[in-house]
Design a binder for this molecule. Structure first.
Ligand code: XMP
Length: 326
């Protein structure tokens, strides 16, 4: 049984062959650990939980129960993608919970960023607990803990917090990638056949678009943000910036300016583009986006997204600006 310390001698997983042998080893370990019992996993659609899900599906098939909670703050198409890959392609035992209304109702009128984060994190655990309580005979909880999580914190991700689960469930943890670094998790994910868009997904904060729809979230502004963000991602994909830039997104503040549309006064929100490069997210530099691409993105967002009438570019490195706006 592995411990929580990565041995010095452990080889870095860089190739498909090394990933395949890691996968075979973990399949045997997981089968030995869980036997014929059921395992629960919160599947966010992020790299780590997706790789753990694919690995466990290979090891124990339908004994794995995945719960995907859509908090209504996902990017465009993300929950649909989780369903497509895990339910339709990998035939997973997947419970999909659309909790959009619960989250947005709770967040109504809440403008303070840390309060928003607390509400989202707390409600996430509540929804997950409720789903877990409906299931019987679950003895294990799988988590996408990776080695940096262990090095940086107590090894438990806030959003997968076992402490939030009903005590009587007494679940044992299954953490097959806990000794791996992010790049190794990606190699393993590719070897498991997960699509590139999932394996090379850019980091996305747990509170999702909730911290990019600045101030008190409204459904119409959240919708505009999601559509504008989808256009940015599409254009970055087309011009090759998606592979080059570490994190890129749109933030939409809670303010309007005057514009003109169809010869009429048009008040709208600005969409702020943020595109940064970093290795550890502690500091970040600004990606220089060619002007023709910026013009194209501006043109598309202002024409295609209801409610947006300006596009701005954030040129602030970290420090002094954090990567997210709130
Ligand atoms: P900041 O804004 O602090 O972000 O420069 C650094 C990295 O962390 C991500 N981030 C979060 N991730 N929950 C998360 O899971 C959060 O509340 C959160 N806030 C920021 C951010 O996207 C960036 O990659």
């Amino acid at each position: 049984m592995q411990t929580d310390v990565r041995p010095e001698s452990m080889q870095r997983i860089t190739t498909k062959e090394l990933a395949d042998s890691f996968i075979a080893e973990q399949i045997a370990l997981v089968r030995e650990q869980v036997g014929d019992k059921k395992v629960l996993l919160a599947l966010s659609g992020g790299v780590d939980s997706s790789v753990v899900a694919a690995l466990l599906i290979k090891a124990i098939g339908k004994q794995l129960v995945c719960v995907h909670v859509n908090h209504g703050l996902m990017r465009k198409g993300e929950s649909e993608n989780v369903i497509e890959v895990f339910q339709n392609q990998l035939d997973a035992n997947l419970i999909y919970v659309d909790a959009t209304d619960r989250f947005l109702d709770l967040l109504k009128g809440v403008a303070e960023p840390e309060k928003k984060r607390k509400i989202i994190g707390g409600e996430f655990i509540k929804v997950f607990d409720e789903e877990a309580a409906k299931l019987t005979d679950i003895k294990f909880l799988a988590q996408g803990t990776i080695y940096p999580d262990i090095l940086e914190s107590d090894g438990v991700k806030a959003h997968h917090n076992v402490g939030g689960l009903p005590e009587e469930m007494e679940m044992e943890l299954v953490e097959p990638v806990k000794l791996l670094y992010k790049d190794e998790v990606r190699v393993v994910g590719s070897a498991l056949g997960l699509p590139d868009e999932m394996v090379y997904r850019q980091p996305f904060p747990g509170p999702g678009l909730g911290v990019r729809c600045l101030g008190a979230i409204t459904r119409d502004r959240l919708h505009a943000l999601r559509e504008a963000d989808a256009i940015l991602r599409e254009e970055f994909d087309k011009c090759g910036l998606a592979e080059k830039v570490w994190q890129y997104f749109i933030a939409v503040p809670d303010m309007k300016s005057v514009g003109v549309k169809d010869s009429k006064r048009y008040e709208g929100w600005p969409a702020i583009i943020r595109a940064v490069n970093t290795t550890d997210a502690m500091t970040a530099t600004i990606e220089e986006i060619p002007y023709d691409i910026l013009h194209k993105i501006t043109n598309r967002i202002t024409n295609e997204v209801d409610g947006i009438n300006r596009v701005l570019l954030d040129l602030t490195p970290k420090p002094i600006g954090t990567i997210e706006w709130e």
